[in-house]
Design a protein around this ligand. Structure first.
Ligand SMILES: *[C@@H]1O[C@H](CO)[C@@H](O)[C@H](O)[C@H]1NC(C)=O
Ligand SMILES: *[C@@H]1O[C@H](CO)[C@@H](O)[C@H](O)[C@H]1NC(C)=O
Ligand SMILES: *[C@@H]1O[C@H](CO)[C@@H](O)[C@H](O)[C@H]1NC(C)=O
Ligand SMILES: *[C@@H]1O[C@H](CO)[C@@H](O)[C@H](O)[C@H]1NC(C)=O
Length: 448
């Protein structure tokens, strides 16, 4: 059996076999921090620019005063400005070799230790890790792997079970479909019919031209673009489901309140010609891409903000983060797609020169066998497609699930607004209650 070694490559510290270092970016806010009886809330950064995550995690700012907390936002290596090899970081698999979740967790551990050693008053304070999405997985895994450094974790919208066959590969797209089905009559049906409309239109040169024009695309479609076009449209629906927030927001894109409902206003009639159906699809896409009214044409190479590091994530999904997805076109509104690990593996090899290790995450973090851990809150909104791979039932008294009806992707981590549904207010109260208990237990045990 071949064992691959993980090369240590840690911030500011000597590794065992590799002594190079790089600069990791982190942000600190200590306005409400109290050295007497306070706490440290530590955001475990995920696949993007940490300033952008910081600005989209208002919950931490909202609770800082109540928890007398110092806020720390730590950037994940290979994202934002924390690039180990600068511009060469994504050059090849040699340079990317150090991009793993376990290395990222180790960076966070080093940073917590560094802060405790260098910030006067921080040394004897309880630390709570908080994260959303992949960052939520990192928060949960951090508590599992480094329980001596943190008293607990809030893992928001963290799909820690979206691996191997821990959940059905179909669950994600079913939730997306359900969001559209609930948000307007015939909405998901219109989308389901659009794929064949695209196939029919794109089968002739004039149809292809017409389709490019109808969708206001920046560059005219060629027959080779159709599969990309359909992926781009699918990803748009997925993103809309993720950010179906109850108020106007700008996370992946600037969007109106309840954007899926708004989109569905254009998708009420599936019984129309292919051309009319695609005009309606365009109106719907235009809500996502052009709510600002600033966009001249739609670009099928772009689906989201550039604050997310799609290059790094593409590599991570080809190594550790192997998440199976599938559709059948019947229980969901997408074209049928079978999960094919061999094909996926080949694509990864041709793109990055690496082959995925689909079983590594569960080997490393335990899959469903995690009941020996403690003090982790798993929060999920039922509108969020990622909730399908999340923990939505309590595992033990201290590994607890908080479900947020009508909540989208980590709605609970966003800043409170007057338009928040009562469900998310209640979830945040519960989360604070758990965190206060972890903090109180820490100080009680410190006194003994
Ligand atoms: C579309 O047509 C089908 C069959 O012709 C019909 O059952 C359905 O109600 C129609 N839907 C709408 C929204 O008109
Ligand atoms: C975006 O919206 C603006 C303002 O409504 C409009 O002028 C422009 O044509 C739209 N862009 C596209 C691609 O439709
Ligand atoms: C479309 O997006 C790609 C990738 O971000 C970019 O390279 C390209 O310039 C864009 N095209 C237009 C016309 O904006
Ligand atoms: C979890 O436990 C089950 C039952 O003992 C076992 O079959 C499975 O391999 C375990 N999974 C992991 C990731 O250790």
């Amino acid at each position: 059996m071949k064992i691959s070694f993980l090369l240590p490559f840690l911030v500011d510290h000597f590794g065992f076999s590799d002594s190079r270092t790089f600069e990791q970016r982190y942000l600190i806010a200590d306005k409400h921090w109290q050295t007497n009886g306070g706490s440290i809330l530590f955001y475990t950064g995920n696949e993007g620019d940490i300033v952008w995550f910081c600005n989209n995690t208002g919950f931490m700012w909202d609770v800082a005063e109540e928890l007398k907390a110092m806020l720390v936002f730590a950037e994940h290596r290979y994202y934002g400005e924390s690039l180990p090899f600068g511009e060469d970081s994504f050059k090849d698999s040699q340079h990317l070799n150090f991009l793993t979740s376990e290395q990222a967790l180790a960076d966070f551990a080093e940073l917590i230790r560094h802060l405790k050693e260098t910030v006067p008053g921080a040394e004897n304070q309880p630390v709570i890790v908080i994260g959303g999405s992949y960052g939520g997985m990192l928060a949960a895994w951090f508590r599992m792997k480094y329980p001596h450094l943190v008293v607990g974790a809030l893992a928001a919208s963290a799909p820690i079970w979206q691996f191997e066959d821990l959940v059905p590969c179909s669950v994600f797209m079913k939730i997306v479909t359900e969001d559209f089905r609930k948000s307007g009559p015939y909405c998901s049906e219109s989308i389901r019919r659009s794929w064949d409309a695209i196939n029919r239109l794109s089968s002739t040169g004039s149809g292809l031209q017409q389709l490019s024009k109808t969708l206001h695309l920046c560059s005219p479609l060629t027959p080779g673009d159709i599969s990309n076009l359909k992926d781009w449209i699918s990803e748009t629906w997925v993103n809309l489901a993720m950010v179906d927030y109850p108020y106007e927001a700008n996370f992946l894109q600037p969007l109106p309140a309840w954007p899926v409902k708004v989109v569905c206003q254009y998708l009420k009639n599936p019984n129309v010609s292919d051309t009319v159906l695609m005009e309606n699809i365009f109106q719907a896409l235009n809500i996502y891409y052009n709510y600002s009214g600033q966009v001249q044409c739609l670009n099928i190479s772009q689906t989201t903000t550039s604050s997310l590091g799609s290059t790094g994530w593409s590599y991570q999904s080809c190594t550790e983060m192997v998440m199976p997805f599938c559709t059948n076109g019947v229980d969901d509104m997408f074209e049928s797609y079978l999960w094919d690990l061999d094909k996926f593996s080949e694509d990864c090899f041709s793109q990055w020169g690496v082959k995925p290790r689909p079983y590594w995450i569960t080997t490393l973090y335990g899959g469903k066998n995690i009941s020996s851990h403690s003090n982790i809150i798993f929060s999920n909104g039922d509108l969020d497609p990622w909730s399908g791979g999340g923990v939505t039932k309590d595992i033990t008294d201290t590994l607890v699930a908080i479900n947020i009806p009508n909540g989208a992707h980590h709605l609970d981590l966003r800043a409170g607004t007057a338009l928040d549904p009562s469900t998310v207010l209640l979830s945040r109260l519960l989360e604070v209650k758990h965190m206060k208990k972890w903090i109180a237990d820490f100080y009680k045990n410190a006194k003994v």
